[in-house]
Design a protein around this ligand. Structure first.
Ligand code: SF4
Length: 495
């Protein structure tokens, strides 16, 4: 996957980043095994419901309705959370959110926090921001723990350590656990039960000691101010209930208007993500309750590019995402490239449309992500909220090629003329000229037909990367128009 495809940025970061992964047989085997297993189980779980299509449509509608009236529902949520004893903070971007969380932790006098698995806090780099201020954040989700101990990066939404096999996890536990707390038991093997037990013992002392918990949330209910976290291990529930202070950092798109709306998502999310009929642990909390759970609750509502995404009529559908990861598990590009090549906490098809919108297309990686797809459409078929990812990919490709990177100027996001893509833009200008000059087009077609035996099999220059993996279409001996005129529309039966 090296080289430059026509239409891709001049220095395509995704193909370069994916290069090592596609040539790593262990990684590819891990990914193939994991994604194929999950995708088959998901298909079975979905097939059990005769009204899956209706649920999917209901999910799409609820999300679209909420996004259309997001301002209203967020204010309602703030009112509900405040009335229930919580405090709401608004964070414009990552720096803002990190500053708010850091100050809240400092105010408690603590220097460590336990974390529930949270993509929003990874998106803003919270752990690193806290570390700079001398506060240690402990990941407690098993896969996130593996990633943290291995000084690694997550590569999957649901299974962040999907790129690791059991032997690698055993080695990480053996060598790293002791640096973070209780060491791995002597003689630890790579059996799942032993690995889980090692993690349980290691984490238990952190749960019992921690006085501050940090979480995200899968949903927030505007009418009651309730936050919901779904998970499979129970570690999240420990973080949500044991500490005295709970700080939740949640993207503004996670709000839903009513409790009733959860009826849809609590069916579609578990079946799409873990292929379960319901999540083993569904934790819900509304503000604070005397004698039960944290005594202080803060909700940090995170924008960080979401309102810019909302302003894009085509791209905004990406904000419907409920992070089930079904699109990753069916994506042929993700299966081969792995998650790290996407350069973001959001890998796979949803990452390819979300990251360039949240971060803009000004960087090499973000400008290349809309091209990290074969547009096969498998992601759209499995998405439980019907996000037409291929449509958004094509839309973003157009933005990258035509308009150049999106950059912020004051309060506005504008498109800056692209430096790359000169060849493609010149080709498009030439095509436009030809299609608006029929005589020249006809002459060009005839010339191409007459010289077709001389045509090269591959394109020169930057086009070589494109024709290196595709057959150039053969030019016919006669154009359709000429054939039509010569045969009077085929009436004489001529060929
Ligand atoms: S885009 Fe759809 S399929 Fe992919 S993670 Fe989001 S909700 Fe799931």
């Amino acid at each position: 996957m090296s080289g430059t495809f026509v239409g891709m940025p001049a220095f395509p970061a995704f193909p370069r980043a994916a290069h090592d992964a596609v040539h790593n047989p262990v990684l590819r085997a891990n990914l193939r095994h994991a994604t194929h297993t999950i995708r088959a189980r998901r298909a079975g779980a979905v097939a059990e419901l005769s009204d899956w299509a209706e649920l999917r449509e209901a999910g799409r509608r609820i999300k679209d309705h909420t996004l259309r009236h997001l301002d209203r529902y967020l204010l309602q949520l703030e009112e509900s959370v405040t009335a229930a004893g919580g405090t709401v903070h608004w964070a414009v971007d990552a720096d803002d959110a990190n500053r708010i969380v850091t100050e809240l932790v400092r105010a408690t006098g603590e220097s460590e926090v336990v974390k529930v698995k949270s993509m929003a806090t990874q998106e803003i780099g919270l752990n690193e921001a806290l570390a700079r201020e001398g506060i240690r954040a402990y990941e407690t989700d098993l896969a996130e723990l593996i990633v943290q101990l291995g000084e690694d990066r997550p590569s999957h939404i649901l299974v962040p350590a999907i790129h690791r096999n059991r032997g690698e996890i055993r080695d990480i536990f053996r060598s790293e656990m002791g640096k973070w707390g209780r060491p791995a038991p002597a003689g630890l093997t790579d059996t799942p039960a032993e690995l889980a037990e090692a993690a349980r013992l290691h984490l238990r002392e952190k749960f019992l000691r921690a006085r501050v918990g940090v979480s995200g949330a899968n949903f927030m209910v505007a009418e009651t101010g309730t936050l919901i976290v779904v998970e499979s291990e129970g570690n999240g529930r420990m973080c949500l209930t044991l500490p005295e202070t709970l700080i939740s950092v949640v993207g503004i798109e996670k709000v839903v208007p009513t409790w009733r709306d959860l009826e849809v998502f609590l069916q579609t999310l578990p079946r799409s993500s873990t292929a379960e009929r319901m999540n083993p642990y569904t934790s819900m909390w509304t503000g604070t309750t005397d004698g039960d759970g944290p005594r202080t609750f803060h909700l940090v509502l995170l924008d960080n590019g979401r309102t810019d995404t909302l302003a894009d009529e085509v791209g905004r559908q990406a904000l419907r995402c409920i992070r089930c990861s079904a699109c990753l598990n069916v994506c042929p590009v993700y299966e081969r490239a792995g998650g790290h090549a996407y350069g973001s906490v959001y890998p796979g098809p949803i990452g390819a449309v979300l990251s360039p919108q949240l971060r803009g297309t000004g960087s090499e990686i973000d400008a290349s992500l809309p091209f990290a797809s074969s547009l096969c459409g498998a992601c759209y078929e499995v998405c439980p909220v019907a996000i037409d990812i291929p449509e958004v990919l094509v839309h973003l490709r157009e933005r990258v090629v035509e308009g150049g990177p999106a950059v912020r100027q004051g309060n506005k996001v504008v498109l800056r003329p692209a430096k790359g893509h000169a060849a493609e833009r010149a080709a498009m200008r030439a095509a436009r000229w030809a299609f608006t000059h029929p005589g020249a087009l006809r002459a060009g077609r005839r010339l191409a037909s007459r010289t077709r035996r001389l045509h090269p099999r591959t394109l020169p220059g930057p086009g070589r990367a494109w024709s290196g993996t595709r057959d150039l279409p053969a030019v016919p001996p006669e154009s359709f128009r000429d054939w039509w005129q010569r045969t009077d529309g085929g009436k004489d039966g001529a060929k």
